[in-house]
Design a protein around this ligand. Sequence first.
Ligand code: ADP
Length: 626
Amino acid sequence: MEEKNAKSLFEGLKLFVRAIKAAHTIERKFFPAMFSADILNALTPYVVIYFSSLILNELSSDKRPEYLWKLVILTVTISGGLSIVGAILKHMKTKYREVFLFNYRRLYINKAFDMDYEDVSNQETFDLLSKISQAENWAGWGFENVIRTFSGLTRSITGIIGAFSLTISLFFIKAPAGNPSLQFLNTPLFMLLFFALMIGLSVIAGKLVGYCDACSAKLAESATLGNRIFGYFGFFSRSKRDVDVRMYDQSRIMNYYFNNDEYNAFSINGPFAKLAKGKGGICIGTAQGLSAILTGCVYLFTCLKAIAGAFGIGSIMRYVGAATQFSLYMADFVTSVSDIRNNAPFLENCFKYLDKPNHMYKGSLTTEKRADRNYDVEFKDVSFKYPGTDTWALRHVNVRFKVGKRLAVVGENGSGKTTFIKLLCRLYDPQEGEILLNGIDIKKYDYKDYIDIFSVVFQDYVLMSQPIADNVAGTDKYDVKRVTKALNDAGFSERLSTMPNGINTLIYKNYGESGVELSGGEEQKVAIARALYKDGPFLILDEPTAALDPIAEADIYSHLNSIVGDRTAIYISHRLSSCRFCDEIMVFDKGEIVETGTHEELLENNRGKYYELWNVQAKHYVEAAG
Ligand code: ADP
């Protein structure tokens, strides 16, 4: 964290309070449980100190047995009772803390689901989220620090009040006049100086610890980089990468980063080690030394007053005990206050993410579930540039989908095919032109309703390490018959019959040995089954068969033709031969639609793009066959 990001205490407090409010919405029982547990935890030692001092005073003076019994019973009952209540509260605090820590990431997850896709997918959001999670992982900055600081403040303020009430009489009980050399203990100036010393040393000790935390917080940028590198390389040798790691001895690259102080902040000579060996270590050591000096001074002052005859042995124990607690809590308080400032830039990042506004207009019109699937979609002179780029990825695109027909979208790599689908699914809005559904701009529809009409298999689909059925249905509450049918229709039935638990078989081994690994082609079939299960009126397959061999591809296509039924289907494919059966083929080139027609019509234009692409591919097939 650079110095320019440093926040004032006031700014820190505002963020701190806001974070508590946000955290409270996640688990409403956590803060009350933590608050009461911490108060009791801070007060219990004083109760014990107070009653023990009464017992010791009685033992060193009148020694009245009845009074002593009463005191002992009272001490045992009260401290026992407090310990039991304290243990219950501590248990509640721990329980709700776990619940909270487990759930508070929902704040980020919910935000990610709600955010415009454009924002979710951009580098700035990725960097921000990465900073937030790295800061949490390496030192618990952010929300976790808020909890620690809240607890520290509750304990220290309660502790200071408790210690103050038990120690205050130390300053007012006067040493009797019998010992003139110790009379200076009674002078207001001395008492003031001693009080100031107590406060001063505690504050300095707390500030030193806070300073050390601040130095560590300033290393956040390097820690983030170090953690990213560790996160990437630390788990590098896994699953699909294993082969490459061995064949190209990629451990050399990993070692380079791991052993390089510039990249690995946690290396033996890295900035954290330097901080611990240098000013960080000095600060912490000095803080502990100051606490020891303070305890010594309190002992000296209290013992001198006792020698002068101001109070008995029990009171020495009470004052020393309470004053030592006072200095510890004072230091704790100062550290907690420093942490409010130190944590502010991290909280600012958290809220920067959580506050990200949605720019995409989302209307409220419903798409209505039409049994006739009569959804008429039209692109009207649509042009689009990806955010942050200057080149048009799509230019003047005009197309009207024929309901219930099969449309193929072909073109070279980078010609705009996937972008076209992303716009159709409203992952982005075009800068120019409009997309209409049944004559109305798609922006005017309720977003969830609108995307519900599309069943899409993108090239870079992701399956989850969950049972096959959950993957297909997207939930654990599914219709078994429909899941099985979708898998059969997608050509997965043969593989399914070999699976130990049928549709309940876990995909991948992330959760243990019982999971199964799937080939690229099998994964693609499950992804297709997922789209079929969703049963949107539009079925879109973006290079759906790239990982399939030609036989599996032919199989899928012959299947698909019957599965598609009355849906409107859009296929994006490299292999033009797969598109021949489509009712219409749309040829993209450099972001524009340059030709449309059936396979036969397009081949008639021997100067057209389709003709060119077809011949290049045909040539390869002939060469390969020859
Ligand atoms: P195709 O699917 O035909 O291979 P794309 O639609 O993926 O092509 O890409 C069209 C153009 O948009 C390409 O020039 C590509 O580099 C660019 N592009 C694709 N995705 C992004 C993105 N997220 N950000 C910026 N440019 C992109």
